[in-house]
Ligand binder design. Sequence first.
Ligand SMILES: [Zn+2]
Length: 236
Amino acid sequence: MKLEIIKNGEMECDKGFVTLGRNMGTPIKIPVYCFLVKHEKGNVLIDTGFSKQFETTWGKRLTAFKPILETDIPEYLKDTKIDFIINTHLHLDHADNNEKFPDATIIVQKEELQLAKNPPQYQKFAYADQFQEGNYQVIEGNYDLFGDCKIHIIKTPGHTKGHQSVLLDLGDKKIFIAGDACYTKENLNYSCLPGFFWNADEVMKQYEYIKNLDAEIIFGYQTIAQEQLQSFQKHE
Ligand SMILES: [Zn+2]
């Protein structure tokens, strides 16, 4: 199984949106990643990132986050057949390109799909105005995609009601793709909430779960060091 980490771009925002209450008023740039996993039973894309049109859609509604596109994900993957998409959740910076992969089966939690179709007022800006139709496979709880424990979807509600993360087994190491279950290591170290969330108690539960995991963590909005990137991607 092979992992490729693709940097979709960055978002410029106030640090207070990432680590609520810490260093508010400090402008920062946070990375947005997508993950291509090539498994013998199919190619899996974990999150589809924000789209080329991001600035005219979400960007207009939410000026607090300024997107800077580096890689147009559908263009980058135009010669790669994507069999499955796993969305950690359906916020625009994780799912904005879903409709560009019409042949993929999109795996989401039942509660996330319900939320995306009818988001609560305080999360409306983070979901697409018009729900992106697609070939959705709805799951409830944890799910081992190919039945071999190599790509294990773990339900991690908190940031949103139907958030999920992915535990990858690369043989000599396990990698936990947290998504927005935990934005950065600082959030974990200081039990610091993200800038917005569905349920604070559930966010904290996921922090405890992540702290006790025997895996290397890829945080939602933390730059992956070059050395770590290489070690994650060297597997065949
Ligand atoms: Zn999110």
